[in-house]
Each structure stands twice: as structure tokens, then as C-alpha cells.
Design a protein around this ligand. Structure first.
Ligand code: SF4
Length: 113
């Protein structure tokens, strides 16, 4: 997952279903893809934000249109059977294992300072 927070853009692309698995048993984990970006989302209180993840290749769409973003702490659950835009950033199992150790366990609020 790339953690550039400044890349908030909109794309058109198919809906990605959470937890989809390939029939071969191999899964692509979006967290290990260069297009999976960590972005801030404003909280109700000024000066605070949540962390969200988005696909900057535009693969995550809401059913009624528009970009879908997910809570950061759920990022390891995002998987897909096949994605033509997948660009792995390294060994998936090792990366996911490290990420699971450091992910927050809930949707946390952060201060901007
Ligand atoms: S480009 Fe494909 S594999 Fe990469 S984050 Fe988006 S949906 Fe996941």
C-alpha cells in the first residue's frame, strides 16, 4: 500500500467485491498493490481526521456510482481474484503479515498536528 495522502482523485471502474477469491486459490491483496493509497478523511471535529484507503486505479466503486473508500483498519480484507491494474510492491504474504501487526484494530481518529 502506498501512503501518499495527497492523491484524492476520481476514476470510473468496475465494482470490486470484498473478499472475492480466485478459483485457483490465489488471491490478490489490494494492500500489496501500488494503487492502494492511504488518504485522510476529515473527522467531525476540526483538526482531526480518519484514515481511509482508496484505489487510485479507480477499481473501487459504489453500487450507485462514485468512488468507494474503505476504513484503513480493514485494508487487509480487500482482495480480488484478478485485476489488470495490480502492481505488487513485494511478497504478498510477508507484506500482509507485517501490515497486520501494525494496523489499528478500529477506526481511529488522528490529530493533524
Ligand atoms: S488496482 Fe486492482 S489490485 Fe490494485 S488496489 Fe486497485 S483493485 Fe486492488
Amino acid at each position: 500500500m502506498s501512503n501518499s495522502r495527497s492523491e484524492i482523485e476520481n476514476y470510473d471502474a468496475p465494482v470490486l467485491e470484498n473478499g472475492e477469491e480466485a478459483q485457483t486459490g490465489t488471491k490478490i491483496y489490494c494492500a500489496n498493490c501500488i494503487h492502494c493509497k492511504l488518504v485522510p478523511a476529515p473527522a467531525e471535529t476540526s483538526g482531526q481526521f480518519y484514515l481511509r484507503v482508496r484505489c487510485d486505479a479507480g477499481k473501487w466503486k459504489k453500487k450507485l456510482g462514485g468512488e468507494k473508500q474503505y476504513k484503513y483498519f480493514t485494508v487487509t480484507r480487500r482482495s480480488i481474484a484478478f485485476c489488470e491494474s495490480y502492481e505488487p510492491m513485494g511478497d504478498s504474504e510477508e507484506f500482509l503479515s507485517d501490515l497486520r501487526r501494525t494496523l489499528p484494530i478500529r477506526d481511529e481518529i488522528y490529530d493533524k498536528d
